[in-house]
Design a binder for this molecule. Structure first.
Ligand SMILES: [Ca+2]
Ligand SMILES: [Ca+2]
Length: 199
């Protein structure tokens, strides 16, 4: 009897999992990312119209459920550079999501909480000029068709590059987990003799 009861409950869990995984109206999985644009594998919001301090820029990105951009490879840097130059932004400066607030000279990604995994500093940078430069921005000061990185005073106004978090493939998994865990909890709550069954 006990085995039949457990089997029934396990069957319910699978029914629950399969029924929930077939429900598809999950906004997080939408492919419509407007106003973000896709460059390589990432989605960016490039705001070349408004200049904000680094902290204001950080909050601006949060209002779009995004973060100031974290550039993680030369491929990403090249893609952003090409886009900014092609679209006439060569004279502008853009905040990205890194600073050395916590420990001078150690630039951390604000998104990951870890040291920047990729840097492309302009020559002589970062220089912490005037002992007030803690935030990282992109600029195009050399005629090499590449934006580069520089540290600058966080309080100054600059344009902004936000980046969407990676697509949330977990949205279906999360739904399945909630469903499955709830049903499992019910099984153990209702089956006092579950250990006897295992034996
Ligand atoms: Ca600094
Ligand atoms: Ca500097």
């Amino acid at each position: 009897m006990a085995k039949r009861g457990i089997t029934k409950h396990i069957l319910l869990v699978f029914v629950c999992i399969f029924s929930s995984s077939s429900t598809t109206s999950v906004n997080e999985c939408s492919t419509d990312k407007d106003p973000f644009i896709k460059l390589g594998n990432k989605y960016y919001l490039i705001n070349a119209a408004v200049q904000l301090s680094w902290h204001q820029a950080f909050l601006f990105c949060r209002t779009y459920d995004s973060d100031l951009a974290t550039i993680e490879s030369e491929v990403e840097m090249n893609a952003l550079s090409s886009y900014l130059i092609t679209n006439g932004h060569s004279t502008k400066h853009f905040w990205i999501g890194a600073n050395d607030y916590a420990d001078e000279g150690k630039f951390m990604s604000y998104k990951t909480g870890r040291p920047m995994v990729y840097t492309k500093w302009s020559g002589g940078q970062p220089d912490n000029a005037g002992n007030i430069e803690d935030c990282v921005h992109l600029w195009h000061i050399n005629n090499n068709n590449m934006f580069e990185m520089n540290d600058w005073s966080c309080a100054d106004g600059k344009n902004i590059i936000c980046e969407l978090p990676k697509p949330q493939k977990c949205c279906r998994v999360e739904r399945i987990s909630n469903c499955g865990l709830k049903k499992l909890a019910e099984i153990f709550a209702q089956s006092a003799n579950v250990l006897d069954c295992i034996e």
